[in-house]
Design a protein around this ligand. Structure first.
Ligand code: ADP
Length: 270
């Protein structure tokens, strides 16, 4: 990570001449690293006091029946908010680890079905009666990567599809593979997104509707995490959406990370 960083850019100057720009970006790089370190350290330091606060809150919660109603409400509120803060800190730490390439488990082949089963487990309790969740995938397909990271990316997309379909509707979780790629997608028929916001969705803390999103309990870091996880898997996130109609979030994996019985060339490589 040390050394000199340069950026090289070329442009056509004349018919046959090129201009080459060489820029020393070492300082920019150092500043970026300082920012990453600061976020990682701050999140880490916040975890200890929060653990203590949560511990006392749990004790208070056990005796809350003897307290006046207003204090009981206060305790419930503090517990909810400390849980929210814990999610936020965990997401910040995860993002830092992903940015710094830290402690990554080794990539392995996992069946797509494994992810689908795990997704179904976390989605079922948060679905309302108006939601219809369905799956479409080839059982024997496999994907090469980190289980925890991929699970985190896929489940983030599915939880978002449920969260941002407050009136229910169909949600389709699909895996498709071809000789060129593998695509995991989540399609909802929920709120949709104004096209001008789509390029900003993977920015940290960016939310289309701040009021609504914070009440749904998100941290605003989910899609930034998804983007980083996909980068680790040479994959790309594509977002298509229509306001008030719904959205499709799809993860495109390169062919060398996909194995399928229906693709002879891919299955032959072990
Ligand atoms: P959050 O914690 O707010 O859900 P995310 O990073 O996961 O954070 O998403 C960023 C924003 O993108 C959300 O606040 C929401 O405005 C928008 N968004 C994400 N997924 C969807 C979806 N399926 N439908 C509509 N809007 C979405």
């Amino acid at each position: 990570k040390e050394g000199i960083y340069i950026e090289i850019q070329t442009t056509l100057y004349d018919k046959n001449d090129h201009l080459i720009f060489i820029r020393d970006v070492t300082r920019l790089h150092l500043l970026e690293q300082m920012r990453k370190d600061f976020v990682a350290n701050a999140s880490h330091e916040l975890k200890t006091p929060l653990t203590v606060i949560k511990g006392y809150l749990e004790t208070l919660d056990m005796f809350k029946d003897n307290l006046p109603a207003s204090m009981q409400r206060g305790i419930t509120n503090m517990s909810d908010q400390s849980l929210r803060m814990e999610h936020l800190i965990d997401d910040l730490l995860l993002l830092s680890r992903l940015e710094n390439d830290e402690k990554r488990e080794e990539d392995q082949w996992y069946s797509v079905q494994l992810f689908i089963e795990a997704i179904e487990k976390i989605a079922t309790p948060i679905l309302s009666e108006q939601h219809q969740l369905s799956f479409d995938f080839a059982e024997n397909d496999r994907i090469y990567g980190s289980y925890n990271e991929l699970y985190s990316a896929f489940s983030n997309l599915v939880v978002n599809a449920i969260k941002y379909s407050p009136n229910g509707g169909a949600i389709l979780v699909k895996w498709e593979s071809s000789e060129f790629n593998g695509v995991f997608s989540v399609k909802d028929s929920g709120l949709g997104i104004d096209p001008r916001y789509i390029p900003r969705l993977t920015e940290r803390f960016f939310r289309v509707d701040k009021g609504r999103s914070s009440s749904t309990g998100g941290t605003g870091l989910g899609l930034a995490i998804v983007k980083h996880i996909l980068m680790h898997h040479d994959a790309k996130l594509q977002i298509r959406s229509e306001l008030n109609r719904g959205s499709v979030f799809s993860c495109h994996f390169p062919a060398n990370r996909v194995r399928s019985d229906s693709i002879p060339s891919a299955t032959s490589s072990t």
